[in-house]
Ligand binder design. Sequence first.
Ligand code: GDP
Length: 307
Amino acid sequence: MDISALVSDARAGRPRAVARLISLVEDESPHLRAVAAALTPYVGRARVLGLTGPPGVGKSTSTSVLISAFREQDLRVGVLAIDPSSPFSGGALLGDRIRMHDHATDPAVFIRSMATRGHLGGLATATPQALRVLDAAGCDVVLIETVGVGQSEVDIVGLADTTVVLLAPGMGDGVQAAKAGILEVADVFVVNKADRDGAAQTVRDLRHMISLGSHSSWRQPIVRTVASAGEGVSDVVAALDAHREWLVSHGELAGRRARRAAREIEAIAVASLRSRLDGEALAGLASKVAAGELDPYSAADLLIADL
Ligand code: GDP
């Protein structure tokens, strides 16, 4: 396989090459190392945005209107829609994302669904690599969308330079969100479905929570939107820009990106270590631990010493 040809095609904006590279990443292809090395000179330009929130809150609607807003600025946009519940990948889900069809024929928009195939650990490695592909392919903005239901999704969305947490009135999601830890990762809050009763209450609840928990000089703004009508989207874009300026002026952008790289390296290293563990040795040690002949710490030391 000619990786460098594939990378130049992707850089020329050919969607098939981009899709192919992301598939290699998702399938943990043996070519992964070569792909990562070939992409490296071209990454680091894209703004990375995370978007998360409970199911039904309006994430895909918001993603679609945000894409339109970025397209109006003539930016190239990549979207990674992470669906932890789906066994499908490779864009199979896009049929469900009807609103995104508005952008299906726009060559400056690349939308990709990524599924976990039952293990989120895989996504922790694959998502940053897919992000690199889109970055190298010249996307000015990459939007990572996840369902905010658990720690793993929070970790994935935490890859972003700026993370938007979407809530909507009347879903009891303030509490849910707090449980899932998504309030802490929010740089910008969006209360969507502001056309519905209870939006003002959701904003008040959020404002209260922010006043209790803020430990940064960045004050998380709360933006109201009616995504289905495109209302408030320019305010979201303005909040994203303001956060971007704050990141840069406080040296935080570099810090976040270094943390993202550290997590990425760690995920790869852990996966590599796990694959090198000797299964037979592990089974032997496990019987001894189960039989009470050995403690698990000593067993772990022995297993690692064998590497
Ligand atoms: P997701 O599951 O978070 O991606 O949510 P969707 O974007 O699929 O939206 C869920 C439903 O809410 C859809 O029927 C949308 O049309 C609707 N919806 C999205 N935004 C709004 C809004 O601002 N107001 C109202 N009333 N409905 C909305």
